[in-house]
Ligand binder design. Sequence first.
Ligand code: BG6
Ligand code: MG
Length: 224
Amino acid sequence: FPQAVIFDLDGVLTDTAEFHYLAWKQLGAELGIEVDKALNEQLKGVSRLQSLERILAAAPVPPVLTAEEMEHLAAKKNAHYTALIASVTPNDILPGIAALLQELRAAGLKLAVGSASRNAPFVLERLGLDSAFDYVVDAGRIQRGKPDPETFTNAADHLKVPYESCIGVEDAAAGVEAIKRAGMFAVGIGSAQTLRQADYLVTATELLSAEHILAAYSRWIDKA
Ligand code: BG6
Ligand code: MG
């Protein structure tokens, strides 16, 4: 039986993935770089500075910038983003998530958040979910971001749960890769094309149920 579930935040608990996209799009427009949906898929789950590097690399003529200039642009994006998340409320918890958290708790599982975002504590507070989890990994606690497994192994280590007894839930390709590299069971939310490595996939959060996830986990662990 699994012992813990580690949730990504942006795009899983709430649709702040869309706000990150809009904020990067706005910064891109200021720089004359088009940030489209395809490029955005490459940014999901990826840290602020790394996302900026990928956007700059997509420019027709990639600019060469100093570390200070990079920091300045990253801060500008974050200003766009923080303006967008200021209005987040508990109504913005994605469909099916509140019920799922309750079902998993009732089943005796520990719950954690594994986010790459420095804004994670603020967003969780806005959602009214700051006391819903036993542990929150945000970007400040780890050395290496997704797709490195550290976000997920850090949560498991803190909860004192073996990796194969953990379930990770992600909407990003980099996040699913991180879960698999941690040796955990990966639940993907999105398209099969993007989240190829997921062990169990749904196209939207309202399709998540503790019963289905636990049954899929049992099949996976029995095969291992
Ligand atoms: C991740 C998002 O959760 O956090 C990424 O999926 C984002 O899009 C990253 O770049 C870092 O977030 P922040 O809030 O620290 O800029
Ligand atoms: Mg995400």
